[in-house]
Design a protein around this ligand. Structure first.
Ligand code: ZN
Ligand code: MN
Length: 147
C-alpha cells in the first residue's frame, strides 16, 4: 500500500518535470531534477515510471539511434527540429499534418503512428559558427553553404 502510494508520487514528479520543459530531456536529466524534489528517487525508478507513462500514451520517446532517448510530454504528432551539432531538439509551432491515407497504404504493414523530423543546425550553433570566423555564405533551397 505504502509502496504503491510512493510509486504514484514518483510518477507524478517525473511527469511534472517532463511537462514543465520543452527541451525533450533524457532520463538522466529528468533524474537530476527529480532528485531535488524526491531525494530517495533512483535512476531505475525514473526509467520505470517513464516506461509506465509511455504505455499509458501520456508521453512519447524520441530515439535518434545514437545517444540516449529523449522524452516528450506531448504525445500528439508534431514536427521536431534536431540540431546535428549539439543535439538540441525543439518543436515546430505547428501540428504535424496528417500523412495521406493512400500513402500510408503503401506501408509493408499497419502504420500505428509516425513522426516527422527536420535536421540541421540550431540558431545557437549557427551563431557560434559565424563568431568562430566561419561565414554562412548563403542559404538556398538546396543546401546551407559554409566556408
Ligand atoms: Zn545546435
Ligand atoms: Mn516535441
Amino acid at each position: 500500500m505504502e509502496k504503491q502510494k510512493r510509486m504514484t508520487k514518483q510518477k507524478k514528479v517525473v511527469y511534472e518535470i517532463l511537462s514543465s520543459t520543452k527541451s525533450h530531456p533524457t532520463a538522466d536529466w529528468i533524474y537530476q531534477q527529480a532528485r531535488q524534489e524526491v531525494p530517495y528517487i533512483s535512476l531505475g525508478t525514473v526509467y520505470r515510471n517513464l516506461q509506465v507513462l509511455l504505455e499509458e500514451e501520456k508521453i512519447c520517446e524520441l530515439n535518434y539511434g545514437k545517444g540516449q532517448s529523449r522524452f516528450d510530454a506531448n504525445p500528439t504528432p508534431h514536427y521536431h527540429f534536431v540540431c546535428e551539432s549539439c543535439g538540441y531538439v525543439l518543436d515546430f509551432p505547428y501540428e504535424t499534418p496528417n500523412v495521406p491515407q493512400h500513402l500510408l497504404d503503401y506501408a509493408p504493414g499497419q502504420v500505428q503512428h509516425y513522426r516527422l523530423e527536420c535536421y540541421g543546425l540550431c540558431s545557437e550553433c549557427l551563431d557560434k559558427l559565424q563568431k568562430s570566423g566561419m561565414a554562412v555564405l548563403g542559404i538556398n533551397d538546396e543546401e546551407l553553404v559554409l566556408i
